[in-house]
Design a protein around this ligand. Sequence first.
Ligand code: PEP
Ligand code: MN
Length: 341
Amino acid sequence: MIVVLKPNISKKDEMAVLKEIKKLGYKPHVMRGVERTVVGAIGDERTHSTLETLAAWPQVESVMPVQKRFKLVSREAHKGNSTISIKVGSNTIVVGGKKVQVMAGPCSVESEKQLLTTAHSVKAAGATILRGGAFKPRTSPYEFQGLGEKGLKMLAKARKETGLAIITELLSEEHAEMVAGYADILQIGARNAQNFQLLIAAAKTGKPVLLKRGLSMKIEEWLLAGEYILANENSNLMFCERGIRTFETYTRNTLDLSTVPIIKKESHCPIVIDPSQGAGRSDLVVAMCKGAVAMGADALLIEVHPNPAEAWSDGAQQVTLEGFAKLMEELKPFIAAAGRE
Ligand code: PEP
Ligand code: MN
């Protein structure tokens, strides 16, 4: 159930409502918007007492059942757009606000030189977040698996040198605290999008989480996977579309841009587009970024490598440093036309 509180009620009145919700057997999740505070009451409505009596309370505006299976991520739970603030030094990067944030960097962290060269270059071109995998989910066990903590240390160094925030993939529960010690955003990869124990472990670190869409995941399943983050006391969730499996073989995956307006309609959480895994082809990245921005994406996740031909993973889809700088220029009019910065 969703309990909408009247605007400007006192803390004491709010506490009384929360106490009653708990008394009736539900777990309250408070979400503060600009105009209203909304409380998501989690519990099985078939076995618990009804919360509808709360509608009679003077400090309550309305009590609504949530029809959808996903609750905390839903628009019904939070009418405004959620924003995620990431502090790097004295700088704050906001995902889901007016500025379209660009996360850029190599598929895999390979060496300090490769990472730092890329970091300085993408920063100069306007990126605000550095991506780079230190733990890589490779299809074959014989392929490069990532540098592990050594790679995370390189990311931390790049952060210190450039002021870019860091996003990197969390591959297993056992590494959650360690990876969270280096990263500003934890990426949950497509192959782990329904690894629920990993989602819970990621949420519990308290770091913002970027949840990729699984290879063959339906949108409702993706929203429900996101629900695991919010239901575990972490409100900083962003969804990331990275292409799905279809019959098409011209591209590595089929980037489903319809997810931008769908996620915007169904959820208050930011939506990120990854055109790199999305097509698996560097020549399509610019066009897909333009489309994503025009449709209202909050951020882009783009693979950039100083020498894609020699990349240790995903060479075909990574753009060069020069290619990335040109892409950022080409995107400007699309960002402006979408009413963003
Ligand atoms: C990646 O970002 O390099 C990656 C492995 O992504 P995905 O999980 O979307 O395949
Ligand atoms: Mn990749």
